[in-house]
Ligand binder design. Structure first.
Ligand SMILES: Cc1cc2nc3c(=O)[nH]c(=O)nc-3n(C[C@H](O)[C@H](O)[C@H](O)COP(=O)(O)OP(=O)(O)OC[C@H]3O[C@@H](n4cnc5c(N)ncnc54)[C@H](O)[C@@H]3O)c2cc1C
Length: 398
């Protein structure tokens, strides 16, 4: 199949950096750990899982002495690189009830909880509660989307003509419109959460890598943290308790330069609204606050990770998808491209073992609300609270 002409061929090559990192205001990282220390709880990992777990723990007990260690910088991991989608989406697999699912009603509450926390803590992270349009590229995808309709939500099915009236998009077989979805600038949200944690007395040590975990202590490259409770939030595929595919998936993202509002008007995508295109592999896109399109999709080329340059198959394929799906954006210059690996997961582990070791990870393709909810579940489990969250019992934790 020949691909449409790609804008980046004739423009300056896209920056190979994460748009979210590139456009976030400069931030001074917290200092590494300064030798051995003690704490009530140590959290390992400054992604969505670790930060929301730390947040919920301090919320439950403001007097808690909490240390969070992060190997690199806050938001370096998958949760600072994806789309920042915040929804109750189950996809029919990941979060829907059952032994490994998060309850969708609780997830819907979590969407509101994330927005409320951002507002209360004055975290300017472009949180927009604009819903999602989930488009099926083929009949099988339409069946999958229909199966994921939540009867309790106000999801609406759009046939081809209703979809065409909403979105100028090529090739949709039908769609779902769902109000229960927000988007955020994920890096800004995580930076803001980290700042709010520090303001509440939490200690964050960036550039501090955990080397060994044992009951009662975490050995890092900057010293030992002794704590009775330890939360491992080191990213999908590294936390225990999950059912991970041994083959990680390579995720690629492209961002366009700002697109003229008149073009957006024609296309029909609102700022902050999520566009999910379901097919043999799913694509997700969002129109950012500054009118770019960010498109994310899995590529089958993990070997290309970190080596993108114009012409590389993964970037080329994604740019081709963009041009094919949204022809009005086909000539928009691509300003940024980045990639990362994630686990291909079937489960959503949150767990606490008897020896005080706990874990959280695997938040799915629209991870923000799931990470928030998991963080609160974990905090209740760790503090022994008899709460609505710990009582539901079908949430995939031990
Ligand atoms: C389109 C799409 C589809 C996705 N689908 C899925 C899916 O199906 N399932 C799924 O699980 N996820 C999926 N994801 C990824 C999902 O976004 C991530 O799983 C989730 O955001 C990870 O959050 P986290 O906090 O667990 O990990 P991360 O954001 O990766 O954060 C982990 C942090 O731990 C730090 N760290 C690692 N090791 C150490 C160490 N030794 N010491 C100190 N710090 C350490 C890292 O530096 C990092 O900052 C998808 C993402 C996208 C965009």
């Amino acid at each position: 199949m020949s691909l449409p002409a790609l804008a980046w061929r004739s423009e300056t090559a896209p920056r190979r950096t994460v748009l979210w990192h590139d456009t976030a205001p400069g931030r001074t990282p917290t200092l590494p750990l300064d030798g051995d220390t003690t704490a009530d709880v140590v959290v390992i990992g400054g992604g969505a899982g670790g930060l929301w777990a730390a947040w919920a723990l301090l919320d439950a007990d403001p007097a808690l002495d909490l240390v969070l260690v992060e190997a690199g910088s806050i938001a370096d991991g998958a949760s600072g690189r994806g789309l920042g989608a915040c929804s109750a989406w189950s996809g029919g697999t990941v979060h829907r009830g059952g032994p490994h699912g998060l309850d969708t009603a609780l997830l819907r509450d979590a969407v509101v909880e994330v927005g409320g926390t951002a507002a209360a803590e004055q975290i300017a992270c472009d949180f927009r509660y604009r819903g999602a349009i989930r488009v099926a590229r083929d009949p099988r995808a339409l069946t999958r989307l229909r199966a994921a309709v939540d009867p309790a939500a106000e999801d609406r099915e759009l046939d081809r003509s209703a979809l065409a009236r909403r979105l100028l998009l090529a090739g949709g077989h039908g769609a779902l419109s769902t109000p229960d979805c927000a988007t955020t600038q994920p890096t800004l949200l995580l930076h803001g959460l980290a700042e709010a944690l520090v303001a509440r007395g939490g200690r964050i040590a960036e550039h501090t890598r955990a080397l060994r975990i044992s009951p009662g202590a975490v050995v890092t490259d900057q010293g030992i943290v002794r704590a009775e409770r330890i939360v491992q939030a080191t990213g999908a595929a590294t936390v225990p308790g999950g059912s991970w595919s041994p083959r990680p998936v390579a995720e690629t993202a492209i961002a366009t330069s700002a697109v003229d509002p008149g073009v957006w008007e024609r296309v029909g995508l609102r700022r902050g609204q999520l566009l999910h295109v379901a097919g043999r592999s799913d694509l997700r896109a969002v129109r950012t606050a500054d009118d770019r399109l960010v498109l994310v999709g899995a590529t089958a080329a993990p070997g290309l990770l970190g080596r993108f340059r114009p012409g590389d198959p993964a970037l080329r394929a994604l740019a081709g998808e963009l041009a094919a799906l949204l022809p009005d954006l086909a000539t928009a210059p691509i300003s940024h491209t980045w990639s990362w690996t994630r686990a291909a997961t079937a489960t959503h582990p949150v767990g606490v073992a008897a020896d005080g070791l706990a874990w959280i990870g695997g938040h799915g393709p629209e991870p923000v609300a799931a990470a928030n909810l998991s963080g609160r579940v974990l905090a209740d489990l760790l503090t022994g609270s008899d709460s609505a969250l710990t009582r539901v019992g079908t949430h995939g934790w031990d």
